[in-house]
Ligand binder design. Structure first.
Ligand code: GUN
Length: 300
């Protein structure tokens, strides 16, 4: 292996260290900690595990996190009503409100997400926050996209003038990340291409990338043949695959075939321990920002 491994877990730890100090200051000034409410619908194991990591990371930096569990049978109206009640602080101050996705198939996800007020939308999914990001004046940036940019900046990987290719056009990762990398300033000024399931000549486009980001949820999608020698490869995929040799009979892999890509790339992010922990750290940062904006403190 020649590539440098981009250690997201270590970086997330450093971000948590500085957030802990800022959260302490907030709590001293306001007489209460910032508070995050996470709505978890149903029993999906992956969602339950992500929510657990979010809650324990919040606890580590002094943010109060509450998980509101709702049965999978809840309908759109009930979820919209629940989010409305949270936004009225009926169960205590909710500086940040996050509805864990995906929601069950019978639920109108857009309507539920739209019920989260823009000023508590720590996921950055509300149209107002998406609009602010697209205009280059971001408030809450979607956490995974923010985490990828942070990882590049921290690793000293130049983005200005470089070609960034993003595989995946989701509202959660692909689209906001494209905006961030193309925006002016640190971690931006890149030439950005978005590829997706209808893209022709995917491998040829990827081979042009100085920075290649895979965010589709397909194990092994990115192979060494798709990577320019020396490129930075960021793996956003989190896929659980069967592996009889692993504990519990399965293990987590990304969208990148790590072993082969690491022979060609200059740097590559692992799964687990890459972008995942940064997504959580960015959520904590957004929650503190939401609390500060709400209490009129403004971001520090
Ligand atoms: N499910 C997978 N990623 C995310 C995310 O960033 N936010 C929410 N709310 N749900 C998710």
């Amino acid at each position: 292996m020649t590539a440098r491994t981009l250690d997201g877990k270590a970086l997330a730890g450093r971000i948590e260290d500085s957030l802990r100090v800022e959260v302490e200051t907030f709590s001293r000034l306001e007489g209460r900690a910032p508070r995050l409410v996470v709505v978890l619908v149903g029993e999906m194991a992956a969602s339950a595990s992500y929510v657990k990591s979010k809650a324990s990371a919040a606890a580590r930096v002094g943010i109060d996190a509450e998980v509101v569990r709702v049965p999978a049978t809840a309908d759109t109206e009930a979820l919209v009503a629940l989010v409305g009640a949270l936004a009225r602080d009926e169960q205590g101050p909710a500086d940040g409100i996050l509805v864990q996705l995906p929601l069950p198939g019978h639920v109108d996800t857009q309507r539920v997400l739209d019920a989260v007020p823009a000023d508590r939308d720590v996921d950055g999914f509300h149209p107002e926050n998406a609009g602010l990001l697209s205009q280059g004046r971001p408030r809450f940036i979607p956490c995974t996209a923010a985490g990828v940019q942070r990882m590049l900046v921290d690793a000293g990987i130049e983005t200005a003038g470089k070609h960034a290719v993003i595989i995946g056009r989701s509202d959660i990762v692909g689209k906001p990340l494209a905006l961030l990398l193309a925006a002016r300033g640190t971690g931006g000024d890149a030439t950005v291409t978005i590829c997706h399931s209808r893209s022709e000549n995917l491998a040829a486009i990827c081979r042009q990338a100085d920075i290649l980001v895979a965010a589709v949820g397909k194990p092994g999608l990115v192979t060494a043949e798709m990577v320019k020698p020396g490129a930075a490869v960021i793996d956003v995929g989190i896929n659980r695959i069967a592996d009889p040799a692993a504990k519990g009979g399965s293990r987590l892999v990304g969208d990148v075939d790590f072993a082969s890509v690491a022979e060609v790339a200059g740097s590559v992010s692992p799964v687990p321990g890459g972008v995942g922990p940064l997504t959580v750290a960015m959520l904590l940062a957004n929650t503190l920002l939401a609390a500060e904006l709400r209490m009129g403190q403004g971001p520090r």
